[in-house]
Design a protein around this ligand. Structure first.
Ligand code: G6P
Length: 462
């Protein structure tokens, strides 16, 4: 991997990088490498490619690592001041931009783009500029740079000005808002975002639907795509990694524990999400409650294992949402639970091995987001589940484009419809379920992360 300035031939830029640090009590730094599609995608290009990953320091541990000059080969962490990062990440990226693309605003009261927003926007510009400058410094002549996601929409335009020789790509892991929603952003900000993105040679999206929405926004608010090309790359599940990882000892241990909690002979409905507003966890719980209410035959015979990992807890709406997920789960358990049966097993602590154990045990996977770029859980559970699972899938998830045929498709707002879908999924015969699961798994793994990344590089260079 590249270590000297100006030597990197392939560069990735993202807010969250592949590694994070914590400071131990004795002052030592502990590095933790993240999983995820991008990490495995990038490792596939290997050491012969002179690759560099530019990311932001996110925690005190990360900032300490940068200060001490501790780091991994092939990764450059930017020490962006904590307050600038907080404004850019919490204020602009995860509030304004995330909310617009996922259409999450409750419009009678929100959004309010006031002086506070303007201040945060200035930080977002500073934060994007720090990335553009680092990339300009690190990239070899004619190198390929792939910028990731809504945190870094201004980077392509800024980098183009600094280094016109580079091949610049940008990839969106989120949906893109349709023009009538996107134009909620102040006109100058909307224009800056679009022009920033259009500084790239090529823009990648997870589905045609999000690519079309971007094109429509560019046509209406920025005079068209100009010379920028658009591509669709439907990131798939990493089957090799998942199959191997899900048979390791810590997962087996957790399977034994989970089986005990679920109880002998019961069906399992699994969901795994960050506790994220767009994931629709509360309506999923309400649908499960409706199932128990209207189909008494499932009482004592099914358990809903729900993982809702903490996420973006600096934002009050996320804390409130987490509390609501907990409250509704407890209500269902109080209403229907019996001494030998807990209807909802809610997991709020991050435990990847335990979620893989749940994947293996899943009879039904519930993936019901109100809007989602792709949703990799929908793709992962069919690959991992031991006996094959039925998939209840929202038509608003990007994964619907590839998995819609063999899933049981729901409108995520329709709680009674989702309850009916859960009943249908639980009632599916074992043969049909196994067959559908096999087809889901094949579709889900059509474009593994490494190939997903290499396809983008080829297209960028071609
Ligand atoms: C989404 C975004 C990613 C982000 C992830 C986790 O998938 O597209 O860019 O990294 O959520 O969110 P976080 O805010 O914890 O990085």
């Amino acid at each position: 991997m590249a270590s000297t300035y100006g030597a990197a031939q392939v560069l990735v830029a993202s807010n969250r990088g592949p590694v994070s640090y914590t400071v131990g009590e004795d002052g030592s730094l502990d590095a933790k490498r993240g999983g995820g599609g991008l990490v495995s995608g990038l490792s596939a290009i290997g050491s012969d490619a002179d690759a560099l990953w530019v990311c932001s320091a996110l925690s005190d541990g990360d900032r300490e690592a940068v200060r001490r000059g501790v780091g991994e080969d092939g990764v450059r962490m930017l020490d962006i001041p904590a307050d600038v990062h907080a404004d850019a990440y919490n204020g602009i990226a995860n509030s304004a931009l995330w909310f617009v693309h996922h259409m999450l605003y409750q419009t009678p009261l929100e959004p309010v783009f006031d002086a506070e927003f303007r201040r945060q926007w200035t930080s977002y510009e500073t934060y994007n500029r720090a990335f553009a400058e680092a990339l300009a410094e690190e990239a070899a002549q004619g190198a390929a740079v792939v910028v990731q996601d809504y945190h870094l929409t201004l980077v392509p335009g800024m980098l183009r000005e600094l280094r016109p020789d580079l091949r610049i790509g940008h990839f969106s892991h989120t949906p893109w808002a349709p023009p009538e929603y996107f134009r909620m952003l102040p006109d100058d900000v909307a224009g800056q975002v679009l022009r920033g993105m259009l500084g790239a040679d090529r823009l990648g999206f997870l589905t045609q639907r999000w690519a079309d929405a971007f094109t429509a926004c560019a046509e209406q608010f920025a005079g068209g795509l100009g010379g920028t090309r658009i591509g669709v790359h439907g990131l798939g599940a990493d089957a090799d990694f998942l199959r191997k990882r899900s048979h390791e000892a810590d997962v087996e241990e957790r399977m034994a524990a989970l089986r005990e909690e679920i109880g002998e002979g019961r069906r399992t409905i699994v969901r795994v999400d960050r506790t994220e507003l767009s994931k629709n966890i509360v309506r999923g719980l309400l649908a499960y409650r409706r199932l128990l209410e209207t189909h008494a035959e499932w009482r004592e015979r099914v358990v809903h294992v729900a993982f809702a990992y903490p996420s973006r807890q600096d934002l009050a709406v996320y804390r409130d949402y987490t509390a609501e997920v907990r409250r509704v789960s407890e209500e269902i358990n109080a209403e229907y639970g019996t001494p030998g049966w807990t209807p909802v097993v809610l997991n709020l602590k991050d435990d990847f091995a335990r979620s893989l154990a749940a994947y293996r045990l899943a009879d039904v996977a519930l993936v019901n987001p109100i809007r989602d770029g792709m949703n990799l859980v929908a793709k992962e559970v069919p690959v991992v589940s031991d006996a094959g699972c039925a998939l209840v899938l929202s038509r608003e998830a990007g994964a619907f484009e590839e998995l819609g045929e063999d899933a049981i498709v729901v409108n995520p707002y329709d709680v009674t419809g989702t309850a009916a879908a859960l009943h249908e999924a639980l009632s599916m015969g074992p043969e049909e379920r196994a067959e559908r699961s096999k087809r889901l798994s094949a579709a889900a793994t059509a474009l593994p992360p490494a190939q997903w990344f290499l396809d983008q590089l080829d297209a960028l260079r071609g």
